[in-house]
Design a protein around this ligand. Structure first.
Ligand SMILES: Cc1ncc(COP(=O)(O)O)c(C=O)c1O
Length: 390
């Protein structure tokens, strides 16, 4: 089968596929149709945190597949209840709503914030402040929530009620007015170029929010679930939001998203306010529970931090001509380079290494969290050579 021509003929043109088709994976390796091996620094864009073929995860999912796959939310199921307990406990939150994706989680978070504000402050207080360079998803509402002009094209009319600020204290203070009901941030911006927010800025957001009864929503879809060496990106700042949206790494490869809230919002959603046919699917919930069990075990997260430090140290020790900056936290790393990140991505693919980009000049690394230092070093050697070869 000529896969790439099949794709051209039958799939909508939404993705710029790289010329490779993977048939299977093991640990941090993927194998293509010619059985060529690739080291994966992408984890399916931050999804496959446990790598490919984790035995405990497969066991948990297979056991649930055999019992019951789907029942709908008219009925309860056991994995979703177990997951809800574990998830709220390790998140320091009180309630959770399950859905299928990041964008859907953010839609839920936005609805929850607006309903809270409607109930408490009336109809006019409905604006969500988000940040320039942010990305929150691709539905009509979440496209508009993203603070990048390039997202706000063609698909008019967008949902109203969003305002954008640069991630600095001065702009933040200027942007607060009586219409703001929530501030939504990615603690470490992903698609926007791997930009960790500054401590000062994050503390200012939480300070203003507390004073004005403005809710803080942390979009943890890319930086959450262990990615930065803590359960959530915001844990690196010593703060705790009112609402968390999460997805990607949560399911270990199966589609699941979630909105978590604190006590303040426990009773905001009432019967009929929100829902999702597949949300809380027992198979996805069984997989997610295994992911949370594994990442909250023993020293798993400390090891992620250690590996993140190892990557930073690696680049510190090297001569750099084309590497302008290495930033990020844990295993969420952005390498800003002189030249095109897509050139590096294509060259790396030829050499059996998979990397991501985040904007034109940033090579983005999101390896599986289980990656070994040896694998990291081998991939970094290849990457360094490619970036510095011109
Ligand atoms: C921070 C952030 N929010 C939301 C989304 C949207 O998630 P999904 O593609 O699962 O809808 C993404 C996806 O890249 C993301 O990185």
């Amino acid at each position: 089968m000529d896969y790439l021509n099949y794709a051209k003929e039958y799939l909508m043109n939404t993705y710029n596929h790289l010329p490779v088709v993977f048939t299977h994976g093991e640990g941090c390796k993927l194998f293509d149709t010619d059985n060529k091996e690739y080291l994966d620094f992408t984890s399916g864009i931050g999804v496959m945190s446990l790598g490919y073929g984790n035995k405990n995860w497969i066991k948990a999912v297979e056991a649930q597949l055999e019992k019951v796959v789907h029942t709908s939310n008219i009925f309860l199921n056991i994995p979703v209840l177990e997951l809800a307990k574990k998830f709220t406990e390790i998140s320091n939150m009180t309630k959770v709503f399950f859905c299928n994706s990041g964008a859907e989680a953010n839609e839920g978070a936005i609805k929850l914030a607006r309903k809270y504000s409607f109930d408490k402050h009336g109809k006019a207080r409905n604006t969500i402040l988000t940040l320039k360079k942010s990305f929150h998803g691709r539905t009509i509402t979440t496209l508009k929530a993203g603070g990048q002009e390039k997202l706000h094209k063609y698909f008019y009319p967008f949902t109203e009620g969003f305002k954008y600020a640069e991630a600095n204290v001065e702009e933040l203070e200027k942007s607060i007015d009586s219409s703001i009901c929530a501030i939504m941030i990615e603690p470490i911006q992903g698609e926007g170029g791997i930009n960790p927010l500054s401590e000062e800025f994050v503390h200012k957001v939480f300070g203003i929010a507390e004073k004005e009864d403005i809710l803080v929503i942390c979009d943890e879809i890319q930086c959450g679930i262990g990615r930065t060496g803590k359960i959530y990106g915001f844990n690196n700042y010593g703060v705790c939001p009112d609402i968390i949206s999460t997805a990607k790494g949560l399911g270990g490869g199966l589609p699941i998203g979630a909105v978590l809230c604190n006590e303040k919002l426990n009773n905001t959603f009432e019967y009929g306010d929100h829902g999702s046919t597949f949300g809380g699917n027992p198979v996805c919930a069984a997989g997610a529970l295994e992911v949370l069990n594994i990442i909250s075990e023993n020293s798993f997260l400390e090891e992620v931090s250690e590996k993140g430090k190892f990557v930073k140290e690696y680049f510190k020790s090297k001569n750099k001509k084309n590497i302008l900056e290495v930033r990020g936290m844990g295993l969420m790393i952005g390498i800003e380079i002189e030249g095109e990140a897509s050139r590096v991505q294509k060259k790396a693919l030829q050499k059996g290494l998979l990397v991501l980009t985040a904007g034109p000049n940033v090579v983005r690394l999101l390896p599986p969290l289980i990656i070994s230092k040896e694998e990291l070093e081998a991939g970094l050697n290849t990457l360094y050579e490619i970036i510095e070869e011109e």
